[in-house]
Design a protein. Structure first.
Length: 322
């Protein structure tokens, strides 16, 4: 891909019940996708390896896996899970690897919802060490360079910090914060604006969703015109990358020391023009990265196209979209 391409977590505030709905949402929303023939006949598609060895997606990792795997199998993919560190042997005969919300053990909660706010504060705060060892990063970098296809799904702080070292290996700069539209902060304090897990929508009409084979899909029914963020994260792709979801000039990344603890003095950085979803394509391998866990986990209100974008991306990683 060129040199530049070179068990629990506080993914949401404790009082938010969204994680408990993930499994049912994934199953229910699968039926909302464009009805069509599977990408591959059953059991004949590429082998997909889902990482579950890095405290992925919090204590509801099992929920995501149980909802995600059947959907991929319906499309003909052959799905396996990884329960050990990445090494070359683990990636033999694997075409696509999916890593969802990886975390270092320091930032992992053991239950969801967490038992108390002190538990959240202890885990969901700086520092956020890498979820991956140096050897694992080298293995993944080499595997993609040799033709592998990697999908990395992040979320808000502290998840991005756990993947910053992996991002650097591919020339990607990841902001370890909460991506948010700064224009919404003009009429209320930061704490007020972030109190109820705010949502922002990027649209094709406003330039937030790119015109790309992935967002256009294989059929008109797969076309993506909008994508919803629940305070995910932002990153900056290397020059050869293609941004599928791009933040407008008013967007900022809020950088708290502890997740969900905001004030007027919370540091922030401008992320206008940064990506919330993008891809890199080398001579052989492919990489896709998204800053919002909501691309694989609902619930999705009517008209939200996040899950369809996920499936389109899998089809691109498989070589069905070019």
């Amino acid at each position: 891909m060129g040199e530049k391409m070179a068990e629990g977590a506080a993914l949401r505030k404790p009082r938010i019940t969204r994680p408990a709905l993930l499994l049912s949402a994934l199953v229910l929303n699968a039926g909302s996708l464009q009805s069509q023939e599977p990408a591959y006949p059953h059991g004949t598609g590429p082998t997909v390896l889902i990482d579950r060895s890095h405290h992925n997606a919090g204590a509801f990792s099992q929920v995501i896996f149980e909802g995600l795997a059947p959907r991929l199998e319906e499309e003909g993919y052959r799905v396996h899970e990884l329960t050990q560190p990445f090494d070359r042997e683990a990636l033999v005969d694997v075409q696509i690897t999916i890593i969802v919300a990886p975390l270092h053990s320091r930032n992992a909660l053991r239950s969801y919802p967490p038992t108390d706010e002190a538990q959240v504060a202890a885990a969901s705060r700086l520092p956020t060490p890498s979820a991956f060892s140096e050897d694992e990063i080298k293995v993944l970098r080499r595997w993609v360079g040799e033709g592998g296809a990697l999908l990395l799904v992040l979320d808000h702080f502290p998840v991005p910090g756990s993947s910053q070292d992996l991002g650097v290996a591919f020339g990607i700069e990841i902001s370890n914060g909460f991506a948010f539209d700064g224009a919404l902060l003009t009429e209320q304090t930061v704490a007020q604006a972030m109190a109820d897990e705010p949502q922002v929508v990027l649209t094709r009409a406003q330039g937030g969703v790119a015109d790309d084979p992935i967002t256009n899909g294989r059929t008109p029914g797969e076309r993506i015109d909008s994508f919803r963020f629940w305070t995910g994260s932002a990153f900056r792709l290397p020059p050869e990358g293609r941004s599928l979801l791009t933040f407008g000039s008013s967007f900022v990344s809020l950088l708290p020391e502890v997740a969900w603890q905001f004030s007027e003095t919370t540091p922030r950085e401008e992320i206008g023009g940064w990506s919330g979803g993008g891809v890199l394509q080398g001579e052989r391998g492919r990489l896709a990265i998204f800053g919002e866990l909501g691309i694989v986990a609902g619930p999705y209100p009517e008209g939200v196209q996040n899950l369809q974008l996920f499936m389109n991306t899998l089809h691109w990683l498989s070589g069905l979209l070019d």
